[in-house]
Ligand binder design. Structure first.
Ligand code: MRU
Length: 370
């Protein structure tokens, strides 16, 4: 998408060196646009774990390229595939909640399985990584087209006033390869000239809303305001939210959606206030093997210091400051699960459907049986 008039993706192959992958280092945003080169599978695993890259689609694409880098390191002959399996295990374990990561790694392993010759395997790994990234961008673009129909319908009743959209965390283009999931319909509506305004939850503890969503909406010119995480219910009670659109990190075959911690509370508030609550996702985010998300989706727990400290820009540059007594311990659950019954619809690359098994089976008959 747009950064000061230039088109960027979040990940790409280095223009002069096909054995090197470039990423935007998201730890530095919004204060600095910094590009980093990844040269090994291990560097890629660390970039995912420490959230230089983050967001469901992007960690899937990064893991796809990580597997390609692993294929360049793997020995010729019988040691090749075991090396790849070990790299796959390492990458999958970096972050447990988003399905896209495991999906991309297993797709890479499967793509190489039936070829014996090492150079062919490397070519396949390169092509598969590119396919995963391109598909992610294409699916997100299509999510935008489908979600646009919802925004158009709301705009028709607003007599020129902006459609008020609330989002949580960053399910923007920075969370994918391009376009984003939750923000893709917003960009499509804005580009079509529909007045839109976005309420951006700051999204403690890492503040992806404040540092990433606000930044990318600003770069595209989309009107928005940053709000504290607990403001959404108040805004909904006062008729100031027309719809909620969030992303997802894993969605079950029953329509339950894991997303950044705090999403569930927004869905409850939306239900209580009759505000439609949509979850936007590419099909790589579905976990077709499970139904009950509260019971079966693994929830990542991260370092307590992400809660105890907050990062920002001071007069000496960026710094982290302690928020609580030095001895206070914190718990840091990264995600929560919103049950399908609280979700108005799932916006996917194939179209929009209810968040329940029957509706999903109708849209994805190749994945689940009704
Ligand atoms: O921890 P992150 O930043 O990788 O979390 C993922 C997210 O950004 C959100 O949960 C998002 O809404 C879904 S990812 C498209």
């Amino acid at each position: 998408m747009n950064i000061d008039g230039n088109h960027y993706r979040t990940i790409w192959v280095h223009e002069d060196d096909p054995s090197c992958i470039r990423i935007i280092d998201q730890r530095k945003l919004p204060f600095e646009l910094s590009l980093v080169d990844l040269r090994t599978a291990e560097e890629t695993a660390l970039a995912i774990k420490d959230m230089w890259v983050r967001g469901a689609g992007l960690i899937g694409a990064a893991a796809g390229y990580g597997m390609y880098l692993a294929s360049l390191e793997a020995p010729d002959g019988p040691g090749f595939y075991p090396y790849m399996e070990k790299a796959a295990d390492r990458l999958i374990k970096t972050r447990p909640t988003a399905k896209n990561l495991e999906w991309a790694v297993l797709r890479q392993l499967a793509s190489m399985r039936n070829t014996a010759e090492t150079d062919s395997r490397r070519r396949i790994a390169f092509a598969t990584a590119a396919e995963i990234a391109d598909e992610d961008a294409d699916y997100c673009r299509r999510i935008g087209e489908h979600g646009l129909t919802l925004i158009r319908a709301i705009a028709a009743g607003k007599k020129g006033k902006p459609v008020e959209i609330l989002t949580h965390c960053n399910a923007g283009w920075l969370a994918f390869v391009d376009y984003g999931s939750a923000t893709s319909p917003v960009y499509a509506a804005f580009d079509e000239g529909i007045p839109v305004h976005v309420w951006v939850d700051e999204t403690r503890p890492r503040n992806q809303g404040a540092s990433l969503t606000a930044w990318e909406l600003g770069k595209h010119g989309v009107p928005h305001h940053l709000i504290v995480d607990n403001a959404g219910g108040h805004l909904m009670q006062h008729g100031m939210v027309d719809m909620v659109i969030t992303g997802a990190d894993r969605v079950t075959a029953g329509g339950d959606a894991a997303n950044k911690i705090g999403t569930y509370l927004k869905a409850l508030a939306a239900k209580d206030n009759g505000v439609p609550f949509y979850v936007a996702l590419p099909s790589s985010t579905f976990d077709w093997d499970i139904v009950d998300g509260v019971r079966d989706i693994p929830i990542e727990e991260r370092d307590q210091d992400e809660v105890r400290y907050i990062r920002g820009l001071g007069s000496q540059g960026t710094a982290s400051v302690l928020l609580c007594p030095e001895t206070t311990e914190a718990k840091n659950y990264g995600f929560d699960v919103t049950p399908g019954r609280l979700i108005t619809g799932l916006i996917t690359e194939r179209g929009i459907c209810g968040a329940d098994r029957k509706s999903l089976a109708a849209l994805f008959p190749d994945k689940i049986k009704g």
